[in-house]
Design a protein around this ligand. Structure first.
Ligand code: FUB
Length: 313
């Protein structure tokens, strides 16, 4: 048994380091990778999509990629686009996915309007959180409600966590940029109770992309905090109260990072995105785009996370 485990980890170690940022065999640029291992044991990565020269994070669709070894990836194309929505036409930002009751669920932020950076009072930008459903992990996903599941002047970066007892928790970065949680009803189309601002143990983290996972007896709430270092909190319940534990990945390129954490064949993996120069294009708006990357993650005996360094190959 030990040998098999060791072989697996050697296989994964040499394999997933082969291309970082990840080579999806497709030339689209991806950001905000959300990794999940479903019933078939494969890794599925749900991402947003940076188009060449896109203006101010105007993003239009979400993609999914799958792999059995983290080296060879299959690009399954777009799983959903803002063109499929009745209530949004822009801001196809960081998505997440879940499996429950035999169905796959895709949660996403989307919106409309424009942000006026010079005169904020003239901004018309608005974002909400939607939820879509499919019988397949690779979609296509269909908007189940035809309206946002949650609507705020600003609601972004959903993380959908299904606990061992089947309860679904949706974490969002909303309302004055604080982190909130709500429980979803069993039909995954409505909420149970209110959106609750979480007790972060005296800290007031305000940034973006939360990611929640469970390892052993502990729940982990992770996010790009303050200057977008990846930081984490631990708790013994999915709603907290959370206890701050520190930074596990430093900032890079003075720009946003968005991550997910998932166990694959006994090895914990951190997915995140890096910024790269857009090659030889005449972009006047944005010359950089993002691309998904991955690193191994290790834990100490007390459950705390060891620092993760970026690798490039
Ligand atoms: O990709 C658009 C936005 O940038 C995401 O929603 C944030 O988390 C940041 O990565």
């Amino acid at each position: 048994k030990f040998k098999v485990g060791l072989l697996y980890s050697i296989f994964i170690s040499s394999a997933s380091m082969a291309n970082n940022p990840l080579n999806f065999g497709s030339d689209i640029r991806t950001a905000d990778p959300s990794g999940h291992v479903w019933q078939d044991g494969k890794m599925y990565l749900y991402t947003s999509h940076d188009e060449e020269c896109q203006a101010d994070f105007w993003m239009k669709d979400w993609h999914v990629f799958s792999s059995g070894n983290l080296v060879d990836w299959t690009a399954h194309g777009a799983v959903l686009s803002v063109d499929d929505l009745t209530w949004a036409d822009n801001y196809a930002w960081a998505p997440d996915a879940a499996y429950k009751n035999g169905k796959y669920y895709f949660v996403f932020p989307a919106g409309t309007g424009h942000k006026d950076r010079v005169n904020p009072e003239k901004s018309t930008k608005w974002m909400g959180i939607g939820i879509a459903e499919s019988d397949s992990p690779t979609g296509p996903f269909k908007d189940m409600i035809g309206a946002p599941l949650w609507q705020e002047p600003y609601a972004n970066d959903p993380s959908l966590f299904i606990d061992d007892d089947g309860k679904a928790y949706l974490y969002v970065h909303a309302k004055a940029h604080d982190y909130h949680v709500m429980e979803l009803a069993d039909d995954m189309r409505s909420t149970k109770g209110e959106l609750v601002k979480m007790d972060m143990g005296g800290y007031e983290p305000k940034m973006e992309g939360p990611w929640v996972f469970k390892r052993g007896e502990y729940y982990y709430f992770t996010m790009p905090e303050n200057n977008r270092e990846l930081s984490y909190y631990m708790a013994s319940s999915p709603k907290g109260p959370w206890q701050y534990k520190g930074v596990f990945m430093q900032q890079e390129h003075n720009a946003n990072n968005h991550h997910s954490i998932v166990e694959f064949k006994g090895q914990w993996i951190l997915f995140y995105h890096r910024w790269i120069e857009t090659p030889a294009s005449g972009c006047t708006l944005r010359k950089r785009q993002r691309h998904s990357a991955a690193e191994y993650m290790y834990f100490n005996d007390d459950g705390t996370i060891q620092e993760v360094k970026r690798t490039s190959q």
